[in-house]
Design a protein around this ligand. Structure first.
Ligand code: ADP
Ligand code: ADP
Length: 223
């Protein structure tokens, strides 16, 4: 369970990006809906320990996120809005490297794990292609593969489907839904339909505040 309490963040230029945000999330897919500038990325980055808040607290199960960022990172999968790739490295090489860093030390085991992962995100046949030659959809699925190495219990996905065609979006969504069965998944987006189709719970975020929170079916009239 992820618990966020009274989170505040004001950037140096005076922009208040988080205004006393409190929220509790259980396992499953949670949608964070809001316009550009609402503060979604700030919230995601803060949970992912990439940025500090001015005040407040975040706990995930027994982990105090601000006091034990290393512990949180061990169980976190984070797919940022924009992520860089090494253009001349193949998908398999990159995932193998990350798997190694994440502690899958046995070479044979690691190879099997990576091939299975590539299969799961539908990139098996592109495993030897350089990441710089991936299409937008392939790149997003690669991002997911990167993020889910080591079975994270908390998965954060920041506006993932920009630039994807409908088929690619579909694939991506199926994959996310599957992940939500075993983890707390937070999906930040400005696409209302995605939240209605995918999430069991959602919040509308604007100007650093949660305006409403509830089940997408119940809130869809107000959106
Ligand atoms: P969203 O992800 O919903 O688009 P952000 O969290 O990126 O929102 O931004 C929230 C607000 O904070 C916006 O007004 C944005 O311009 C501002 N902001 C974001 N990052 C910074 C930063 N590093 N410095 C100053 N202002 C920022
Ligand atoms: P599958 O046969 O496993 O369903 P597809 O052949 O449909 O997979 O392709 C999977 C993904 O790769 C899709 O996102 C598609 O857009 C992309 N893709 C397929 N072939 C190419 C290619 N030759 N170059 C770039 N992207 C491709």
């Amino acid at each position: 369970m992820l618990t966020i309490k009274n989170l505040n963040k004001t950037y140096a230029n005076g922009t208040q990006a988080l205004n006393n945000v409190s929220i509790t999330l259980e396992k499953g897919m949670f949608g964070l809906l809001g316009p550009n500038g609402a503060g979604k990325s700030t919230l995601m980055k803060t949970i992912a320990t990439l940025q500090l808040a001015d005040s407040g607290a975040i706990t995930f199960n027994d982990i105090d996120v601000f006091k034990q960022p290393e512990e949180l990172r061990k169980i976190l999968g984070y797919l940022p809005q924009d992520f860089g790739v090494y253009p001349k490295v193949t998908a398999e090489m990159m995932l193998t490297h990350i798997a190694k860093v994440k502690g899958i030390t046995n070479t044979k085991e690691r190879k099997e794990y990576v091939l299975e992962l590539l299969n799961k995100v539908n990139l098996y046949k592109f495993r030897n292609r350089n990441l710089g030659d991936f299409s937008g959809g392939m790149r997003q699925r690669f991002g997911i593969a990167q993020a889910i190495i080591g079975n994270p219990q908390l998965i954060i996905v920041d506006e993932p489907t920009a630039g994807l065609d409908p088929m690619e979006r579909n694939r991506f969504h199926n994959l996310l839904s599957e992940l939500g069965e075993n983890a707390v998944v937070i999906l930040s987006t400005h696409i209302v339909d995605d939240v209605i189709n995918l999430c069991h719970e959602m919040a509308v975020f604007n100007e650093g505040k949660i305006l409403v929170k509830g089940k997408p079916q119940e809130l869809s009239d107000t959106l």
